[in-house]
Design a protein around this ligand. Sequence first.
Ligand SMILES: N[C@@H](CCOP(=O)(O)O)C(=O)O
Length: 431
Amino acid sequence: MKFYSLNSQAQKVPFKEAVIAGIAPDKGLYFPEFIEPLPDSFFERIEELSNTEIAFNAIHQFVSDDIPNDKLKEILTKILDFDFPVVEIEDNVATLELFHGPTMAFKDVGARFMAHCLGYFSEGENSQVTVLVATSGDTGGAVANGFLGVDGVKVVILYPSGKVSDIQERQLTTLGQNITALRVDGTFDDCQKMVKAAFLDKDLLAHMKLTSANSINVARWLPQLFYFLFAYKQAKSKGKEIVFSVPSGNFGNICAGIVAQKLGMPVKHFVAATNINDTVPEFMKTGEYRPKASSATISNAMDVGDPSNFVRIRHLYQDDFELLGKNLSSYSFSDAETKKALSHIHKTSGYLADPHGAVGYLGLKKYQENNPNNYGIFLETAHPVKFLPVVRKALGIVPEIPPQIQKVMDKEKKSIPIKVYDELKRYLLGR
Ligand SMILES: N[C@@H](CCOP(=O)(O)O)C(=O)O
């Protein structure tokens, strides 16, 4: 298996090279040269398989021989050491909880997988790699946790000042060691632009090896497809067609879900639910992709105006707008609607959702208005405690702080303020 750049399909590279580079030399996102469907028997007996076995079957073709099978299984066992339960909320509405990992957000699996891959690839090598990552909230903490203390790796996290929750900020600014946080005076898109500018900067690249730990990196992106398979394993016995509603910001998670479908997993439809940062819902209405500056919302991890992975989704449908529309719907919701949904879900089912999950719920309900009788699963991408003030205000409830979060609560936040790309470059070059 090789990966090609979405900007030019000429030069193909193996998994290892794609992971180490993060992004292709022509700045395109890497994409697998084929997606081989898994045998029917895999889906027939998925309920008998462990999560590690499911993940191994799904990811093996992409990793090929770059990591030996035993090592790959060992990595998967380590990173999948928590639960991914599907919880029923209403008739035909359930949620897939992806927040039981160390930083309580769905990024934990991909971040830890990538950290282990890089760790394996750099074994016995005496080189240093700098992992650059832009975050609108959850990626930063997961990457900081996943890469903490990994030899030969320095992590630099860029986050938009004042636009992530207090707990998210603590998760990415308090660990120290090989992790540094840069507090950017701007939006997530500004952070993401600076990271991409660094990959284009020949002068910088002459001095250091850089890679990305955002979902543009295939080792961060692809493991997210496991979630959809784990959900299918739990929901299959319902005997109903499944609709997945995915709260979406940078669109890596939903794109991985579509890869799971390409692997042969039965899915009726995908819903990409966004907050008011509605670049994709607008595209699905008009066929025109018009990125815009992101606006701050209470579901801040989705405050993205130019989602990196949407280009991969378009590629999966050969840029055929009609074909895409048959499999994917996209709706956007305001903060007022999100708060109302948080409260509605809690009142009617007792379930405590987070603002991102609430947007996913709204997307699913909207789809089900015209498409009843399917079984809908919306993804709960982060634990509600990460958005304490929002949940407290909307529901008057203070969720109990789990130990994973408690351990960062009293630590001192440390970050370096920056405004423009030159400041990032100077920091990276130690000038
Ligand atoms: N929602 C993200 C934004 C970056 O997404 P990624 O999946 O590409 O890392 C966040 O929480 O930072």
